[in-house]
Design a binder for this molecule. Structure first.
Ligand code: SF4
Length: 359
């Protein structure tokens, strides 16, 4: 059983087995260097290549490295690390359970590291929401589908592109597995970061510094300096659309879109170029406003308004599922960029560069 728990440490039973064994994490952190090393490796691999690294040969060490990795992520306390770490754990779990589901019959007979689809659905209380309908085809209740699909990448996940019938969404087997990966990711992300007692944090100081250094070197913030209008929040898409159609925007709306574009890394010249499509935008006025918002001709660098402010001005339009979970248009964009596959971002950048050199 310990092998199963080491392979899937996010399982409720794995958490209970650590609790039942009365494992004192403080003592583990202080004395069991192999566990701490493997925990640090889980987190660093998540940052560096989106995996959790090679498992330790000893199941106990492997299992305990999971709660210690969560402690490390919590002490560092960066949201981007929480997201990267949870995603890497979930990706690994996904690869493992897909392989295990293929091998289930073979492995179940001996001491099994595998479990079947029913076990997995039960783990996440999904057994009644997911019905098998024929060969590798499933239907999932829409109320269950929506939150799980919210962060899945691609238009095919949008409800409008699904033949919803009787409150159920059809999915094939691979898609069901992807939704399960999302359920795992949500569980892993849940509760992170948490408060860590000072004594434990002190014992992990060197490991935390190493993780912070790698985080700084990776310069994850560069991703927000990426202009991908496809990923803009709905409110900003609508405002940009209005600008480009030449409509007159009230001051608060013009401020919101300009501050947003400046915050995602567009220069004043680029914003002026973008607005020139709109004959109603005098270049001088746009330049003055943009420099002002950027803090170049004023003492303050202005941030785009929060969702609450956007709502109060009537600028919050076309809300989607992600809007329900974020407080700020920048958080929306950050999350979309973070979820975009690196290859997709590369394609967008190349398309941008080509468009720029064609001008
Ligand atoms: S909820 Fe926020 S991000 Fe979404 S449309 Fe409204 S203002 Fe924009």
């Amino acid at each position: 059983m310990q092998r199963l728990h080491a392979r899937y440490p996010f399982l409720e039973a794995a958490r209970e087995s650590v609790a039942t064994a009365a494992v004192d994490l403080a003592a583990v952190v202080e004395r069991d260097q192999a566990v701490v090393d493997r925990a640090r490796n889980r987190v660093l691999s998540a940052l560096e290549d989106g995996t959790i690294g090679e498992p330790h040969h000893d199941s106990r060490t492997e299992l305990l490295s999971y709660p210690v990795a969560r402690v490390l992520v919590s002490v560092v306390g960066e949201r981007v690390l929480v997201r990267r770490y949870a995603r890497a754990e979930a990706e690994t779990a996904h690869e493992r359970f897909v392989a295990d589901l293929e091998d289930t019959t073979e492995l179940k007979s001996v001491e099994s590291t595998a479990f079947d689809l029913t076990d997995l659905l039960t783990e996440f209380d999904l057994e009644s929401a997911v019905q098998e309908r024929g060969d590798e085809e499933y239907r999932i209740g829409v109320g269950t589908y929506l939150p799980l699909a919210a962060d899945c990448w691609g238009d095919e996940w949008r409800l409008v592109n699904r033949s919803l019938a009787d409150g159920e969404v059809p999915v094939d087997e691979d898609e069901l597995h992807e939704l399960l990966r999302e359920a795992i990711r949500n569980r892993i992300e849940d509760g992170l970061p948490f408060d860590v007692p000072e004594a434990i944090a002190d014992d992990l100081e060197g490991d935390v510094t190493e993780i912070r250094d790698v985080l700084a070197d990776l310069d994850l913030t560069r991703e927000i300096d990426t202009v991908v209008p496809d990923l803009f929040p709905p409110c900003m898409k609508a405002l940009l659309d209005d600008v480009q159609k030449g409509e007159h925007l009230p001051h608060h709306s013009r401020f919101a879109i300009t501050a947003f574009l400046a915050s995602i890394g567009m220069s004043t010249d680029e914003i002026v170029d973008l607005y020139q499509v709109n004959a109603g935008f005098g270049e001088d006025m746009t330049r003055y406003q943009t420099d002002h918002i950027r803090g170049e001709t004023s003492p303050t660098e202005y941030s785009p308004p929060s969702c609450a402010t956007m709502q109060s001005y009537g600028d919050c339009v076309n809300k989607d599922d992600l809007c329900e979970r974020i407080p700020h248009p920048m958080a929306y964009y950050e999350e979309r960029i973070d979820d975009a596959e690196d290859d997709d971002l590369e394609d967008w950048r190349e398309a941008d560069d080509e468009a720029a050199s064609a001008e």
